[in-house]
Design a protein around this ligand. Structure first.
Ligand SMILES: Nc1nc2c(c(=O)[nH]1)N[C@H]1C(S)=C(S)[C@@H](COP(=O)(O)O)O[C@H]1N2
Ligand SMILES: [Mo]
Length: 425
């Protein structure tokens, strides 16, 4: 292990922070681990699990994670939970790797609880400005050509509690209203063409079958572009909490439009101005005016480890900085990481698939000298958009907003390895 010469860290302000060595090209980090000659009973002795037969095939065969992973669960924030029916919980981003969110860990946001629907009793209607209003059963939908696509879903309120200052201690809470899965479904375009869209059609309104009857106005261009009517996630049926048996997928656009328990799509010539696009999911500016129809989720990223729930426990030396980046504009082209609060940036290594409107995994492998770090990540998407700093975002959009906070997150890694949510000025 190469220990860099130590220098004492100063106060928690950006100027006082020292740079830890960044491994050139990410390849020069020395391997960690003990020498095999140092006897460790866990490797030299035969352990019980190596000696005795394990559990047999389970009678109830849906697989579960190891019991040692029982802490890897969705969590909520008590004071953000109005009632369990109108609620949200958060994806444990800090525990995940790669780009796919396991089904049981996808955050949930419901306005009226989880509708329990027998797929045999589920229908999807297309009506309004169409030549032939149609009603589909689930079996009907499964006879149309289908597609598989990987997309992130981000609630517009993700990071909303961080607008005015650093608040929640963990990327699960600050950034956990995002998930990314592979959907299987029928292009909405195919179903609209089947019904025959009239020439004066400009908007569609998906509606949910839950007690909130969630509705949003979606422009016809988007409906005919990449939207999917999906019935599978990560290969298996949608989970009840994700809209079983059918949900709308609106790639790159705010989660609220991804109507779950999808029962109807009305085609019209103007937007409906419903609750979720007027009093909610609009961005109140300092001028008192509100931005509306801000659908695209802009370039964003966060370091998932180290982070407050994922402290450094191994001391100085090789340290893997891991994070996720995404953009509703397409692929993420580049992610930069700073370890000194944004003064110097190093281009991180994107590893794994780079798919449009999907999570991207990035790494920066450093040699930590044990001093305080202010770690940040900054994504740039294929349209050329960069994530703003918190102050840049506030200058543009004021401090009244909740939604669409895509600003740069800072974690303070302390000398003892603990990590805290902070802001730099
Ligand atoms: N029918 C219906 N669809 C809905 C909602 C809802 O409450 N009812 N919540 C919306 C919101 S605000 C978000 S962010 C996403 C959350 O999707 P998820 O629960 O799969 O994470 O679903 C959207 N679709
Ligand atoms: Mo949402």
């Amino acid at each position: 292990m190469s220990d860099k010469p130590k220098t004492k860290a100063k106060a928690v302000d950006r100027r006082g922070f020292l740079k830890a060595g960044i491994a050139a090209g990410g390849a020069a980090v020395l391997a960690t681990g003990a020498r095999a000659s140092e006897s460790d009973p866990l490797i030299t002795e035969i352990q019980d699990w190596n000696r005795y037969l394990g559990e047999g095939v389970q009678a109830y065969p849906y697989g579960q994670p190891s019991r040692y992973e029982a802490h890897v669960v969705r969590r909520d924030v008590e004071w953000l939970t109005a009632s369990t029916e109108s609620s949200v919980n958060f994806t444990p981003l800090h525990e995940l790797e790669g780009i796919i969110t396991p089904n049981g860990l996808c955050f949930e946001r419901h306005h009226a609880g989880i509708a329990e629907i027998d797929p045999a009793n589920h229908r999807l209607m297309i009506n309004g400005l169409v030549d032939t209003p149609l009603v589909f059963t689930m079996a009907d939908l499964k006879r149309f050509p289908r597609e598989n696509r990987v997309y992130f879903l981000e609630c517009a309120a993700n990071s909303g509690m961080e607008w005015r200052g650093a608040q929640l201690n963990g990327c699960q809470y600050t950034h956990g209203m995002v998930h990314c899965v592979v959907y299987t479904g029928v292009p909405l375009r195919t179903l609209l063409e089947e019904a025959g869209v009239k020439t004066n059609a400009r908007w569609v309104m998906p509606e949910g079958a839950d007690a909130s009857a969630m509705t949003r106005s979606v422009p016809i261009e988007k409906a005919l572009d990449d939207c999917l009517v999906a019935f599978k996630m990560n290969g298996e049926a949608l989970r009840p909490e994700q809209g079983y048996p059918l949900r709308l997928v609106v790639p790159g656009w705010e989660g609220n439009m991804w109507v779950k328990w999808l029962r109807r799509i009305e085609v019209g010539d103007e937007p409906w101005h419903h609750r979720e696009e007027t009093s909610k999911y609009t961005d109140l500016l300092d001028t008192g005016k509100a931005r509306r129809f801000t659908w695209v989720m802009d370039a964003k990223s966060v370091i998932t480890s180290p982070s407050p729930q994922m402290p450094v426990t191994h001391g100085k030396g090789p340290l893997v900085i891991s994070g996720v980046a995404w953009s509703g504009n397409g692929t993420v082209k580049r992610v930069d990481v700073s370890i000194d609060g944004g003064r110097n940036w190093t281009t991180a290594r994107i590893d794994g698939p780079s798919l449009p409107k999907a999570l991207h995994r990035f790494y920066l492998d450093i040699d930590w000298d044990g001093s305080d770090l202010l770690i940040q990540s900054r994504a740039m998407d294929e349209a050329g958009f960069f994530q703003p700093t918190k102050n840049e975002l506030r200058a543009a959009r004021g401090e009244n907003s909740i939604y669409h906070n895509n600003s740069i997150q800072t974690w303070h890694v302390k000398t003892d390895g603990t990590v805290e949510n902070v802001e730099v000025s």
